[in-house]
Structures are given as structure tokens and as C-alpha cells.
Design a protein around this ligand. Structure first.
Ligand code: OGA
Ligand code: NI
Length: 342
């Protein structure tokens, strides 16, 4: 595998190889800073025993999911030291030699551990300026044996982020007008899939010509993201690309995914997002994708279905099949979800 990290480290790299040349639609304006504040969810209020405080946050969450598909979560209870350590260990993974990393090279999209480059290097016509490691950490926990100490940190991080995910799932259940535990039960969240992803974006000599990750939506219910303090994430908001910056330190950046769009019968649409690169410093993002059980067939919640929005809006399939379809192809915006729209 030809990692972009190795490429970026080659001496005198002044131009990107042509296979990395990504052209955005020329009618598309460059990203700007958001006009409105990115919604903020205070997790301690969302999970509060005080019904008034909780219901206020539920309303916020409803707005964030409907209008943005994106929000930052503060007071989430995951220790700052753990967040810093997981970033450090993630950096250490990419500092392993090519020989060491080769053991984890991806063969199949459902491999529990897969190291790769671009999005799907077997299918991509244009390559993206990104290397990645994806690890399934739930319902079975997996972890590469290197770097040293990675396992303990990853296990703790996946447990703690799953608690946050559970609080959000319960909040979303309420904000959709359902019983608090409805989503957990309907989607078998206790045995839900959790994928831990490290994205590594090395400095790029021509950052305006390359793309870290192209516009896409995530396949799960929602995704939690932190990074090494370097910006690069952009989301599509009201038809325009906006930079995600000036967020609270140590917050989780959360975006809604395709399975939530299906479950909510289109009320909460998965948000398109992308990652751009820079020519100065490496950017690392650490992402946790939270989904239903791989065996669950996600369908719109019956309470959210009426004559106008009939349940036939999507072809129903197991999450596992959806995941294979989404990960096994090139990615262009929301093509995976569009493919199963009726
Ligand atoms: C992803 C993703 C964005 C980023 O991993 O799905 O969208 O900022 N990452 O790295
Ligand atoms: Ni994504």
C-alpha cells in the first residue's frame, strides 16, 4: 500500500501526483465560516434528572439535528487526559514503520482492523490525501498490538464514548417524541456497532488541489469526532460549505448519520461533510461511528410514519448490508443512502 504519509515525507515533494488531483465543481463557492453559532449540547443537562433542564436540552437537540445535523457536545464526562492520550496513541500508530503497519492492511470492508489509504483505494478514481486505521471496538473489542499501551487506552476510550453515545441516543429518542429507551431497544443498541477510526492527513504541498475526504455522509446513527487541534472539517449547512472552527476545547463534534435518517423517516437527515488539508502540519482526527446492531434492520419508527411519509421511502436492509455497500464503493455525497431511496 502506498500511504500518503510516506509520499508526503518524500524529499522535495512540491507537487501532488496527478492521481490526487481533485477538482471541486467550479460553481461551488469555497467554504466560509458559519453565520450562525454551531449548536452546543450540554450533555450534563441532557442527562439531568431535572425534567425542565432535560427538556430544554432535548429541544436544542431537536433543532441541532433538524437544522444542522451537526453539534458540539460539552460537559460529556470523558476526561480530558483520556482524550489527549487517545490522540497521542493515534499519532504513535502512524509513526510505526510501514513494515509494522502492513500487518493491518485492509482486505475486506468488514475486517475488524484495517489500515488503508484514501477512501476505498480499490475503487477510488481520484485518491484522497488521507491514511486511516479503522477498528471495530464493539460488540467485540479489537485492537492492533502496537503501539505499546494502545489497547488499554482504546478500551477505555470506547467505553466512555459509548456512554456518551447512549445518552445521545436516549436524547434523540425523546426529541423524536418517542419513549426515552425506544431507540435503544428498537435498534439493539446494547449490541450496537462501534467503529473507531483514526484519520491521518499529512501536510500537502498543494492543499487546494487535493482533498482529505470528499463530501460524504456517515453510515451509522451518529459520529463523534475529536482532532489534534488542527482544523479541516467542513459541513454542508443550508447548501453551503462551512468550516468547523472555534468549537469548545475538549468537546465532541457530532454529526448525524444515514441510519438515523432512515430511522427518523427523514426528519433528521444525515449531514454531508468533508475534510480539507493544509500544507503546514499533520492533522489527525479520531472518530467513533456509533451504529445499531449489525443484524438490525433499521426501518422508520412507526410513530413517525404517516400517509404522506409512507414507510416505503427506503429499501430496508440489515445495517451490515448497508455498511458493506457504503464502504465497498466510491463515495460521492449521499449516494449510498440515495441508492436505497424509493
Ligand atoms: C470521517 C470523517 C472528517 C475529519 O472519518 O468519516 O468525516 O475531519 N472525518 O477527519
Ligand atoms: Ni465522515
Amino acid at each position: 500500500m502506498n500511504s500518503v504519509k510516506a509520499l508526503a515525507e518524500s524529499p522535495d515533494l512540491n507537487f501532488i501526483p496527478s492521481k490526487y488531483a481533485y477538482s471541486t465543481n467550479s460553481t461551488e463557492l469555497p467554504a466560509s465560516d458559519p453565520q450562525d453559532l454551531i449548536p452546543t449540547i450540554d450533555f450534563s443537562l441532557l442527562t439531568s434528572n431535572d425534567p425542565d433542564l432535560r427538556s430544554q436540552m432535548i429541544q436544542e437537540l431537536d433543532y441541532a439535528c433538524k437544522d444542522w445535523g451537526f453539534f458540539q457536545v460539552i460537559n460529556h464526562g470523558v476526561p480530558e487526559t483520556l482524550m489527549n492520550t487517545i490522540i497521542e496513541k493515534s499519532k504513535d500508530f502512524f509513526s510505526l514503520t510501514d513494515e509494522e503497519k502492513k500487518d493491518y492492511e485492509e482486505k475486506d470492508v468488514l475486517d475488524p482492523i484495517r489500515y488503508g489509504t484514501s477512501f476505498n483505494s480499490k475503487k477510488d478514481k481520484v485518491f484522497y490525501w488521507r491514511d486511516f486505521l479503522k477498528v471495530i471496538v464493539h460488540p467485540e473489542f479489537n485492537c492492533p498490538d502496537k503501539p505499546e499501551g494502545f489497547r488499554e487506552v482504546l478500551l477505555e476510550y470506547s467505553k466512555r464514548t459509548r456512554e456518551v453515545a447512549k445518552g445521545l441516543v436516549n436524547g434523540i429518542s425523546s426529541s423524536l417524541g418517542l419513549d426515552q429507551s425506544y431507540v435503544q431497544k428498537a435498534l439493539k443498541f446494547e449490541s450496537g456497532l462501534q467503529i473507531f477510526v483514526i484519520n491521518f492527513y499529512p501536510p500537502c504541498p498543494q492543499p487546494n488541489l487535493a482533498m482529505g475526504l470528499p463530501p460524504h455522509s456517515d453510515h451509522g446513527l451518529f459520529t463523534l469526532l475529536i482532532n489534534n487541534g488542527v482544523d479541516g472539517l467542513q459541513i454542508k449547512h443550508k447548501g453551503k460549505w462551512v468550516n468547523v472552527n472555534n468549537t469548545y476545547p475538549n468537546s465532541f463534534l457530532v454529526n448525524t448519520g444515514d441510519q438515523l435518517e432512515i430511522f427518523s423517516n427523514g426528519k433528521y437527515k444525515s449531514v454531508e461533510h468533508r475534510a480539507v488539508v493544509n500544507d503546514l502540519v499533520p492533522r489527525i482526527s479520531v472518530v467513533v461511528v456509533n451504529g445499531p446492531s449489525l443484524e438490525a434492520v433499521v426501518s422508520p419508527a412507526s410513530a413517525l410514519v404517516d400517509d404522506e411519509k409512507c414507510p416505503g421511502a427506503f429499501v430496508l436492509m440489515k445495517y451490515k448490508e448497508y455498511l458493506e455497500m457504503q464502504q465497498g464503493n466510491q463515495i460521492v455525497g449521499k449516494t449510498a443512502l440515495d441508492r436505497i431511496r424509493v
